[in-house]
Design a protein around this ligand. Sequence first.
Ligand SMILES: CC(=O)[C@@H](O)[C@H](O)COP(=O)(O)O
Ligand SMILES: NCC(=O)COP(=O)(O)O
Length: 255
Amino acid sequence: MIELGVNIDHVATLRQARRTWEPDPVWAAVEAHLGGADGITVHLREDRRHINDDDVRKLRDLTQVKLNLEMAATDEMVGIAATLKPEMAMFVPEGRQEVTTEGGLDIVSQEAALRASVGRLSDVGISVSVFIDADPAQVDAAARIGARVCEIHTGPYAAAFHRAGRDAESPAVIAEINKIRRAGEMIRAAGMRFNAGHALNYYNVQPVARLAGIRELHIGHAIVSRAVFSGLREAVREMKRLMREAARQGESGGA
Ligand SMILES: CC(=O)[C@@H](O)[C@H](O)COP(=O)(O)O
Ligand SMILES: NCC(=O)COP(=O)(O)O
């Protein structure tokens, strides 16, 4: 069955707006768990603009569902992950000026360095994921460096969906979903786990959740935004309901 990893970065974004102690990401993780989250995702950015080292340590100790640590592939971050041992670590590209992650990791241009980082984390039992565009060359490279998981960047799909006025049948949206589908087929054929995420929301999630072989979606901004009005537990519950419904109707019958 398809799983949901809830990204709680923006609970920390709100805390940092006042540089205070609330809202606490650990409380968010508990609420997400109670709403049906299968995992918790945080992105420990090099500039610590939202989640900080202390949050990750506490989440590691207290979270009872899988922890996925998103990070740049730097020595510092690899060291932190190797010490804290989240169940999964995902390498993402990072830009200092970006508001959020702007594109997938270019594995092809830094294969040797990334292979070494994947090796360091795999050696201590962490399942290593890479955040990549739906690009066959990047999927091939992910397999070559030993990644166990690929998370396909759904930002271009989400942007097309928004531009099309939420029309899932528009040619631009279908073209984007087909790219993700083809990447997913390659990922699975290479024996890796097929995940997806970024900018998914309550309107655009179902076509992605219907894809054959999709294992896990990572969703943050939309869930935390909904939670402002409905509470986090309910926001997670509703997202899981949409995902399950789509998976049941989906290309692999919810398997
Ligand atoms: C990798 C990805 O798709 C996003 O989850 C991103 O890493 C989140 O980072 P921000 O929360 O800083 O936007
Ligand atoms: N890796 C994607 C993620 O964790 C959530 O991204 P978003 O829903 O906050 O855009």
